[in-house]
Design a protein around this ligand. Structure first.
Ligand code: HEM
Length: 483
């Protein structure tokens, strides 16, 4: 394994094979991970052309770390985030550096470790509900099942409300249209996006539905119309008096700070009020839609890839089963305090996230002239990075293409491996839901795998859904077998 080069050793190059007009866009769309993972063969920083935009791709993990650590110079922006803002407004994922620290501090309160324990009950309830009718021999469609668990778990933890089936299906369909249209929208010029084409109209209708559903959920929560069954109301985390769900914590962050923040000057769109104030109403709305977008498909995809990987790797599956038998005797339901003892489950999830990080492409924009790998970058330069490509870089891992959960055993872990592990990003913009997601995945997997074995049905198509925002298989049906 090579050591990490220092600054002068980094090389800059231009990817060969750009087509007129489209540049490398077609290759990116046809085989995104293969294309992005191959770029390091040309250099550590590689210029690609995506239609009219030239983008710089930091391929070396250490070079990418430098970019992600400086979130003022390499700010959120560029083709991906410009389109994402149309969905999530100025929420925590999409907001620029100037709004970030204040928003992050407020949202973070809902993700403290002490809060996570409150959310575990929701996970178990949703797994139980999803698996209620299961019997040996039944064949289930993996993604919709995992998506349902992830969406309903998040909704319960956000709102302390069991989301009814109609709303859950509506939100799932609308996100499917909106998120999976995002990359298509990325490559279309603005005048084409405004045309009344069927795809554009579908996109707009789905977006309007999501905003209406979000408003309705916040209003219902504010009026106290929630079941409260998942929390004990004693939060004890200092976010304004015992917030047992995420939305309570977000609303308390708004109400607690300045009172009438929603109507403060500059509050519209969420960009104003950066004086240590709380979250405006517009920002709460943006955060809710942001968390729904960021925290459901990602978790569902991780669960699906993990179940598939385990079905192919009997040794890893056996380690997991042995651990579950020891930690959860007689099929007892997993509890948050079991998490530190689910080390084999955790390693399998890490290795799955390394090879199948759900978020596979993100962008940044430079806010001042700078230089990277010896290449001058003017203000406004676009950078593209891919956690999927960097985690397959030979500087990060020996045999990077091999699924090997044991590479995450503490005695085998290297600084280079840590640096190349970016499924949750890095630096100040690292995923705020990383612990939440990992805990949720571990609890869902523990609950499912302590009772069932999942055997892929013939005809599975593991190629990622084309142009999807989140990497997930096109088709995976699993047959249930008793353990
Ligand atoms: C396995 C599941 C997940 C993965 C792989 C994932 C991945 C990521 C990545 C890569 C970023 C950074 C993007 C960038 O740097 O441009 C990010 C940011 C973020 N994620 Fe996640 N995420 C997951 C689950 C969640 C969950 C469950 C939530 C919330 C409920 C969430 C909320 C967020 C938010 C709010 C940000 C923006 C953080 C900031 O800029 O301060 N994510 N996520």
């Amino acid at each position: 394994m090579s050591s990490l080069p220092t600054a002068p050793a980094f090389t800059a190059a231009t990817a060969p094979g750009a087509l007129p007009v489209l540049g490398h866009g077609l290759r990116l769309l046809r085989g995104p991970i293969g294309f992005l993972s191959s770029l390091h063969e040309h250099g550590d920083l590689v210029a690609v052309r995506l239609g009219p935009t030239t983008a710089q791709v930091p391929c070396h993990p250490a070079l990418l770390a430098r970019v992600l650590e400086d979130d003022r110079l390499f700010d959120k922006g560029g083709v991906f985030y410009d389109r994402a803002r149309e969905v999530a407004g100025n929420g925590l994922v999409t907001c620029p550096h100037r709004d970030h620290r204040r928003q992050r501090r407020l949202v973070q309160s809902a993700f403290r470790r002490s809060q996570l324990a409150h959310y575990a009950g929701a996970v178990q309830a949703e797994v139980d509900a999803a698996a209620a009718g299961w019997r040996p021999g039944l064949v289930v469609d993996a993604f919709p099942v995992c998506y349902g668990i992830a969406l309903r778990t998040l909704a319960r933890t956000l709102y302390s409300t069991a989301v009814d089936a109609e709303l859950a299906t509506g939100v799932e369909r609308a996100f499917d249209t909106v998120l999976n249209g995002l990359f298509r929208q990325m490559f279309l010029p603005a005048p084409v996006r405004r045309l009344p084409l069927p795809a554009n109209l579908r996109h707009r209708r789905a977006l309007a539905y999501l905003h209406a559903a979000t408003r309705q959920l916040i209003a219902a929560h504010r009026s106290g119309d929630r079941d409260g069954a998942d929390g004990d109301g004693t939060g004890g985390d200092g976010t304004g008096g015992g917030c047992s769900d995420l939305l309570s914590a977000l609303l308390a962050a708004g109400d607690g700070a300045t009172g009438d923040v929603a109507r403060g000057p500059g509050a519209a769109g969420g960009a104003g009020g950066a004086t240590g104030a709380g979250l405006s109403d517009a920002e709460v709305h943006d955060q809710v839609i942001t968390l729904l977008a960021a925290g459901t498909e990602t978790v569902a995809a991780t669960l699906v890839w993990t179940l598939w990987r385990l079905s192919l790797h009997p040794a890893a599956a056996e380690q997991v089963r042995a651990e579950l038998d020891a930690v959860l005797p007689h099929g007892r339901a997993p509890r948050p305090e079991d998490l530190p003892r689910l080390a084999a489950v955790d390693r399998v999830v890490s290795e799955t996230l390394r090879l199948h990080p759900p978020g596979w492409l993100f962008t940044r924009i430079t806010t001042a002239p700078t230089e990277l790998a010896g290449r001058p970058l003017p203000t406004g330069s676009t950078l593209v990075f891919s956690p999927a490509a960097v985690s397959r870089h030979p500087a990060a891992h020996r045999s990077p293409a091999v699924f090997d959960p044991d590479r995450w055993r503490p005695e085998r872990l290297t600084p280079a491996a840590r640096l190349g592990f970016l499924p949750f990003g890095a630096g100040a913009r690292r995923c705020v839901g990383d612990l939440f997601a990992r805990a949720e995945c571990a609890l869902v997997l523990a609950a499912l795998l302590s009772r069932w074995r999942f055997v892929p049905e013939p005809g599975a198509d593991l190629r990622p859904v084309p142009l999807a925002t989140v990497l997930r298989p096109r088709r995976l049906r699993l047959r249930l077998a008793e353990r």
